[in-house]
Design a protein around this ligand. Structure first.
Ligand code: FES
Length: 43
């Protein structure tokens, strides 16, 4: 059973990495900005 002392990372929002550059896969860590990743849909 988990309590507040357990070392569990809790995330309230997540983004999955689509660039392949994240050091925290499968999550996006923002590295896509420095590698110039573009998702191809203009967003
Ligand atoms: S999408 Fe891969 S690091 Fe953000």
């Amino acid at each position: 059973m988990l309590d507040n002392t357990d070392a569990v990372e809790r995330r309230t929002a997540t983004a999955l990495c689509r660039s392949g550059a994240s050091a925290d896969k499968p999550f996006c860590d923002g590295t896509h900005v420095s590698v110039g990743f573009e998702n191809g849909d203009g967003v």
